[in-house]
Structures are given as structure tokens and as C-alpha cells.
Design a binder for this molecule. Structure first.
Ligand SMILES: *Cc1c(COP(=O)(O)O)cnc(C)c1O
Length: 407
């Protein structure tokens, strides 16, 4: 139990020092610039800005004159960067933005397709079926995957056979763009809503280094803004059709969110401006680093997924670590050596996921990726103790403490 501010400060310092000494390769994390973090400390916290979808000018609370202006300015900026006519910033995270999309688009008993957890899907709707009332009303099928890509032919025949109402693309382990254009022609004809969970790749989309799903034809795009997009924690929903946008927004607020955490807005605006200025250079380097790391690990004898396809077109690579005892064990072994990455969250116990967003912002380039790959080799194929390697990782990491591509 904390008894004083000093104790809070001490623990915070421990956390910061520890994480600064680690190589953070967790693909769903990033470092916001100190400028962006600075904007989190404003008097917009403890304020309410509730509004009804499509009528943001009618705020429920009094005292909202500048809050309204603030939110509209950020919405416009987000709309410009993501080429989205309609923007909802009320989701306080990526997950809730997806839940609102599902609940706002499906009628009881209708079917949706999403990517299964074992194929690095996020598990947006699957876990909702733990609740009996959702089991009665939402039906799910998994999007067919093979070799880490959507199996287009199978998906097309599944669409005609099963007639889903909603298809959600996007996962937590996306290596390549998904076949939006190819599926769009069919979903349009069949009256199916096509959505993209862009949580992982929003920073790459903002930088223009990954195809923009909205431009490619999805009806709805939603997701987190704190992964490759280096903003404050939060999410968004983007759309083109006002009717669909309103239905989702009406579920979002006030069924799922009432306070939408206005304190995020200034920091989000600052992060958007950063991405407007540095997004392209940032995104290009993130992808170059991911490919360089894939190649370096491949050359050291690791089984890097999609080696025959250039490893990745995103910020992450996947490595099959079955031979080292599975991803759960391996991720903990790496953690003991201050190397942080992700296991597959209880699925096949096969692949680790390694992301390059944060290390890129901290100043690493292709050359450093070779050193990073060497650390994996030392932990998994060598015989040094993990505490010794941890010390070496700490020395290496501490020289990359800047935050590039930011103000
Ligand atoms: C991280 C993630 C989410 C959840 O986002 P939060 O911001 O953590 O709520 C949703 N979908 C995908 C694909 C993700 O990777």
C-alpha cells in the first residue's frame, strides 16, 4: 500500500528505468514523444463532452464551448490524415471501437466473419460469446487463413455459402495487406458490411506506407491509436456512410462510453501533427527495420515466417520457435534477458511476434537490427546466462533513448 508520494515516485522510477533498459519489441506498443505526453496533463481531464452522434454541436453538458471546438478541430485533422469523411473519437480504445461496430451493425441472429485468435486475430467478438446473451444473438465464423494470408478463394465461397452480414479484416499479426479490393466487389453486391480493424497499422496508414483500407473500399475502419500510431491510448471509428456511422456511434455512446476521456484530445492532436510531418519517414523506417530484422534472424538460422515473401510489409515479423520449446517459454526466456516481445496469447504456442515501431522511434536502423537479431541468438541458441545478456541489452538500449519522428 502506498503511504506517500515518494513511494509512488519510487515505483514509477523503477518501472521507467526497467523499461528503458529493455529492448521493447512488443508490436502493440510504442513510445509517445515527450511533447505528446506533455499534452496529457491538461484541465480537460475530469470534464464531460457527451454528444449525440451526428450532432456534436449539441453537447449534453454545459461549459462545453471550447471542448466542442477542440474535438471538432481534432476530428478534422484525423479526417484529413486518414482520408475519412466521418470521424468518431469517442472510443477510449481499439477494442471498444470494434465492439461498437459489431453491436451497431448486426441484427440478432446475423452472422459475422472475423479472424481467429490462432491466426493472430484479436478476439473481438469470440470472447463476447462468453456471455450467454451474445451466444443467442451473434454468430461467428472464422475467416479462412493459410500461410499467414487470407485464403481468398475459400473466403469467397464461404461468403456465398454462409451469407454473413459483417466481415472484419485486420489482426494483431498482420504481415501483408489484406484483399480488400477483391472482396469489396462481392460485399457491395451482396449487401455485406466490410470493416477493417486497423489497430496495429494505423501509424503506417497515417504515414502513407501501407494501403489505406478506406480508400481501398472498406465501409468502416476502427482501431487503437497507441500502437504503430504513437498517440495517447485511445481509439477511433472512421466511416463514409452517415447512416452506418450513426448506428455505430449511437451504440458507442451512451451504451458503451459516456465520458470519452477528453484529456486525450490535445495529445492526440499533437501526435496527428507529428505524423503529418514525420509519418512517411517514420513508417518507411519501421518497415525497413522489420524486414532487416527478419532477414538477420533468418540468416542466424531462425524460422522466420514468410521468408519467401520478404518477411513482412508491416511493423512486425513472426518467428516459429517450436524448436526452442514454444512461444510461451521463449517469450519468458527473452524477458529474463530484457528483450520484450509477444507470445501468441495462449493459442498454438508456436510463434513469437516481434515489432519494430518503438525501437525505430528510439533511433535504431537496419544496422542495429543485426545486433537485435544477435541478442535473440544469444538468448535462444547460446549458453550465456540471461542476467548477463540482460546487462548487455541494457547497455545497448540505453544509447537509444531519443524519440525520433516527433516534436
Ligand atoms: C490491440 C488490438 C485491439 C484492442 O485495442 P485496445 O486499444 O487495446 O482496446 C483490437 N484489435 C486488434 C487487431 C488489436 O491488435
Amino acid at each position: 500500500m502506498f503511504r506517500s508520494l515518494t513511494e509512488i515516485d519510487d515505483l514509477l522510477k523503477k518501472h521507467n528505468d526497467y523499461r528503458d533498459s529493455c529492448l521493447n519489441l512488443i508490436a502493440s506498443e510504442n513510445c509517445a514523444s515527450s511533447t505528446v505526453r506533455g499534452y496529457l496533463n491538461t484541465k480537460l481531464s475530469n470534464r464531460y463532452g457527451c454528444y449525440e452522434s451526428m450532432h456534436p454541436e449539441n453537447r449534453e453538458y454545459t461549459g462545453n464551448k471550447f471542448i466542442h471546438q477542440f474535438e471538432m478541430e481534432v476530428q478534422e485533422l484525423v479526417g484529413e490524415i486518414f482520408k475519412a469523411p466521418l470521424v468518431d473519437l469517442r472510443p477510449i480504445g481499439g477494442h471498444i471501437s470494434g465492439v461498437a461496430t459489431v453491436l451497431g451493425t448486426l441484427q440478432p441472429g446475423e452472422l459475422l466473419f472475423e479472424i481467429h485468435l490462432k491466426d493472430w486475430g484479436h478476439g473481438l467478438v469470440g470472447p463476447m460469446l462468453e456471455a450467454p446473451q451474445f451466444r443467442e444473438t451473434i454468430r461467428i465464423e472464422s475467416i479462412p487463413y493459410s500461410d499467414h494470408m487470407i485464403d481468398l478463394d475459400k473466403l469467397i465461397s464461404m461468403i456465398y455459402e454462409k451469407k454473413p452480414r459483417l466481415i472484419i479484416f485486420g489482426s494483431s499479426g498482420m504481415l501483408f495487406p489484406e484483399p480488400i479490393k477483391e472482396i469489396k466487389a462481392i460485399t457491395e453486391k451482396e449487401g455485406i458490411i466490410l470493416a477493417m480493424d486497423s489497430s496495429h497499422i494505423n501509424g503506417l496508414i497515417a504515414g502513407g506506407v501501407f494501403p489505406n483500407p478506406l480508400e481501398e473500399g472498406v465501409d468502416i475502419m476502427f482501431g487503437s491509436l497507441h500502437k504503430t500510431f504513437p498517440g495517447p491510448e485511445g481509439g477511433f471509428i472512421l466511416a463514409k456512410d452517415p447512416k452506418l456511422f450513426k448506428r455505430i456511434g449511437d451504440i458507442m455512446s451512451s451504451a458503451l462510453v459516456t465520458s470519452h476521456h477528453l484529456y486525450r484530445l490535445p495529445a492526440l492532436a499533437a501526435a496527428m501533427l507529428e505524423m503529418k510531418q514525420f509519418g512517411k519517414a517514420y513508417g518507411e523506417q519501421v518497415i525497413k527495420n522489420a524486414r532487416a530484422l527478419g532477414k538477420a534472424m533468418d540468416e542466424l538460422g531462425f524460422k522466420v515466417v514468410a521468408a519467401d515473401r520478404g518477411y513482412t510489409s508491416t511493423h512486425l515479423i513472426l518467428v516459429d520457435v517450436t524448436e526452442f520449446g514454444g512461444c510461451k517459454k521463449v517469450a519468458r526466456q527473452l524477458e529474463a534477458a530484457n528483450v520484450l516481445c509477444s507470445d501468441d496469447f495462449g493459442q498454438l504456442d508456436k510463434e513469437i511476434r516481434i515489432g519494430t515501431a518503438e525501437v525505430t522511434r528510439r533511433g535504431m536502423k537496419e544496422t542495429e537490427m543485426k545486433t537485435v537479431a544477435e541478442f535473440f541468438k544469444r538468448v535462444l541458441m547460446g549458453n550465456e546466462s540471461s542476467s548477463f545478456i540482460a546487462q548487455k541489452v541494457k547497455e545497448f538500449s540505453s544509447s537509444y533513448s531519443h524519440c525520433d519522428f516527433g516534436f
